[in-house]
Design a binder for this molecule. Structure first.
Ligand code: SF4
Length: 444
């Protein structure tokens, strides 16, 4: 008599890095014959992958655990918030197990204890690429875990530990598999992409009969062999970032850099204990743009950091106006439990923080909108994310999924054979732009 398949519900919260953890756990569950089901009611147990980065994320994670307990009753918690198990136990003493980030073995042990695996060879057939939560045509490629920095507002190193890089051949083999499985865009993620390989002393490894050092530039060179889009996230402005400009100029790497500057005042950056040197940043941005005129720079900033004076905030606005970044996210400083910055004097009042955030966003909105306006009339290549009968939603080299804008293509009714498909590259002519998005028609 055949046994019923064990069914698992899965809730994935948090950043793209947590998403990659979720994908690994899901792949393992599937390999072991568990079925992943989309509702609490159909599941025999639920795994919740949590985030613990800022207080809002902690609350969201606790709410998700509460909901899963209420709806299903058997809940295993993993992810960043798992590091603060006392917080979870206090709110929900009935959770079955709590494990931390990237602790795949412990999550699986907890699943085995709750629902012993019943291997069924028919269910072991899974694609080589594993389970991906992201659409089939783009995938996050996690190159390392942890971080060697100790930014005073951040508790990630205390949750995830020091930098541990994956050897370059391992990453390139994974990327190769993803591309074979239909991926057209690789999004390189880590806590600090520019530090990749430092912990391994840039170890040299073989891939496709060629030697590569475990290092950011060499990784980009290797990935460029795969002939798909490669986008870099979480890069810090170290000197060797200049090296990838040539790859961008040669069309081997998307002309896109996600650099979380966080502030522009040297004193505040020092208090934040940020890596990199802001002094020459404007000059370097100018040089990058000279080498790669198409370069899109995305960044994030914190306003209202403890001790931030009016003058320092003005310095930040001046930097924004000069740097003319393309995409910017900003947050009002919010203390994270356990972060060193909480001990700094000069807390900025909530009202002033909100006021500065508003001013900041207003300055940047004008810059971003003006930069998009300049694209009108140009022909650009885009990657289709969603397609319908009359139009499609796509992204250009300047748009990372989920965090940036999109390109809306209106093409009117098409013949069945001409319909666009997700994962397809097409050329479009930009016809209009609003604050975030471009509007375009098919070229030719
Ligand atoms: S670089 Fe700073 S903000 Fe980023 S993970 Fe490391 S410590 Fe946190």
């Amino acid at each position: 008599m055949s046994q019923a398949t064990q069914k698992i519900g899965f809730v994935s919260l948090g950043c793209p890095k947590a998403l990659v953890d979720s994908e690994r756990i899901l792949t393992q569950l599937k390999v072991e014959g568990y079925e992943i089901v989309p509702s609490y009611g159909a599941a025999d147990a639920v795994v919740v992958n949590t985030c613990g980065f800022i207080d809002a994320a902690v609350q969201e994670s606790l709410d998700a655990i509460g909901e899963a307990l209420h709806e299903n009753g058997k809940v295993i918690v993993t992810g960043c918030l798992g590091k603060r198990s006392e917080l979870i136990r206090e709110a929900y003493p009935d959770v079955l197990a709590i494990t931390g980030p990237q602790d795949y073995a412990s999550v699986m042990n907890a699943v085995h204890a709750t629902l012993p695996p019943q291997r069924n060879p028919l269910l072991d057939i899974i694609p080589d690429t594993g389970i991906k939560l992201t659409p089939k045509h783009y995938a996050y490629l996690k190159i390392s875990e942890g971080c060697n920095h100790r930014c005073s507002f951040c508790i990630i190193p205390s949750m995830r530990g020091d930098l541990v890089s994956r050897p370059i051949d391992e990453v390139l083999v994974e990327a190769e598999r993803l591309v074979k499985g239909g991926v057209k865009e690789l999004l390189v993620i880590s806590q600090d992409t520019s530090a990749y390989g430092v912990d391994l002393k840039y170890a040299e490894r073989q891939w496709r009969d060629k030697s590569y050092r475990t290092r950011m530039t060499e990784l980009c060179e290797g990935l460029s062999e795969l002939g798909v889009w490669t986008r870099l996230h979480y890069v810090y402005p170290y000197p060797h970032v200049d090296e990838v400009m040539q790859l961008m100029a040669d069309g081997k790497l998307l002309p896109y850099l996600d650099i979380p500057f966080q502030h522009a005042s040297p004193r505040i950056l020092k208090l934040m204990k940020r890596p990199g040197n802001i002094d020459k940043t404007l000059e370097r941005i100018r040089n990058w743009r000279k080498a790669v005129p198409e370069l899109t720079i995305r960044s994030t900033f914190i306003v209202g950091f403890p001790g931030e004076t009016d003058a320092e905030f003005e310095e930040l606005l001046d930097f924004l106006r000069e740097a003319e970044l393309d995409r910017v996210g900003a947050f009002a400083y919010s203390p994270v439990d356990g972060a060193k910055a909480n001990e700094l004097p000069g807390a900025v009042s909530e009202e002033l923080k909100e006021d500065r955030l508003e001013q900041f966003m207003a300055v940047q909105a004008e810059i971003s909108a003006a930069k998009l306006q300049r694209k009108i009339g140009r022909t650009i290549q885009v990657l289709v994310d969603e397609a319908g009968a009359d139009g499609a939603i796509a992204r250009s080299a300047a748009d990372a999924p989920e965090i940036d804008g999109v390109v809306r293509i209106a093409h009117g009714p098409l013949q069945p054979g001409q319909l666009l498909k997700p994962g397809q590259f097409v050329d479009v002519v930009v016809e209009a732009a609003d604050e975030h998005d471009l509007h375009a028609r098919l070229a030719g």
